[in-house]
Design a binder for this molecule. Sequence first.
Ligand code: ARG
Length: 313
Amino acid sequence: MNDATLLAQPSPPRYLMCRPQYFAVTYSINPWMDPKAWAGSSAVLHATAVRQWAGLHSALLGNGASIELIDPEPGLPDLVFTANAAVVLDRKVLLACFLHAERQREQPALLAGFRALQARGLIDEIGEMPEGVALEGAGDCIWDRNRGLFWLGNGFRSQPAARAVIERQFGVPCLPLVLADPSFYHLDTCFCALPSGDVIYYPAAFTPAALECIHQHVAPAQRIALDRHDASRFAANAVCLGDRVVMSSCSTTLRRSLEERGLKVVNAPLDAFLRSGGSACCLTLRLDHLSGRAMTPALAMTNATRVGAEADS
Ligand code: ARG
């Protein structure tokens, strides 16, 4: 491979994951979590989780991703859900501030993990939320590359006040969507913005106002609405790698609808994690999303103007 070829290679999408060594359901902070049921067959369930996580890890690697790992820690069973660790854009990190005490215990481990990534030159800045404003990372704050904005889930975990912090930290607009169904408590459990501009979503998970906001910004042809069946197996909780959509499982109808759009579904079964209210997207955090605002001075100017105008509207 000569230098020119090397330069032409786009760098592989980079994700953060955490091995499920200490994954378990030991408390309940969403309707999926049943510690008693977990305890009843914890050895089998843990072994399944380890195998399924490895399946997702290799599906991502096999489809061109590069993966960084943070160290698992005993007593932090949900650390495996790295989507909640932070919001990351343009090499800047905004660390999560969890709503529940059970997950607040993850915050020191996450800070240490991001400092290690910073020391390796993979990110530039680490910001923290103001005291008492909950923001549960990319699980609730989804980057929509096509529209140049964040979608923010409110109502169960992340708080409305997080919106201004996100806009200040990243200089891009952030559209709040209020969630209405406790089983879909993080935005990424019921909403996925594909790089193509298509959006997978479960309409019943949103308030009427949130649904109207989605419909205002997403044209009818770009809406992929899930039924309860696909929503309940967390088909919206997908990882998009180019034209590949990696998810735990889905109906033939959803698979066909994605195929008609030129996308290919890759299944990586993750039902052991559904017992904690999580799936593919929850187990990953994209580290290299770029807003495009800093590409060239001329482009940055155009984008800055556009972003400013959108943020005001
Ligand atoms: N048990 C975890 C919780 O309730 C699951 C988190 C799933 N993560 C996600 N990004 N939806 O917080």
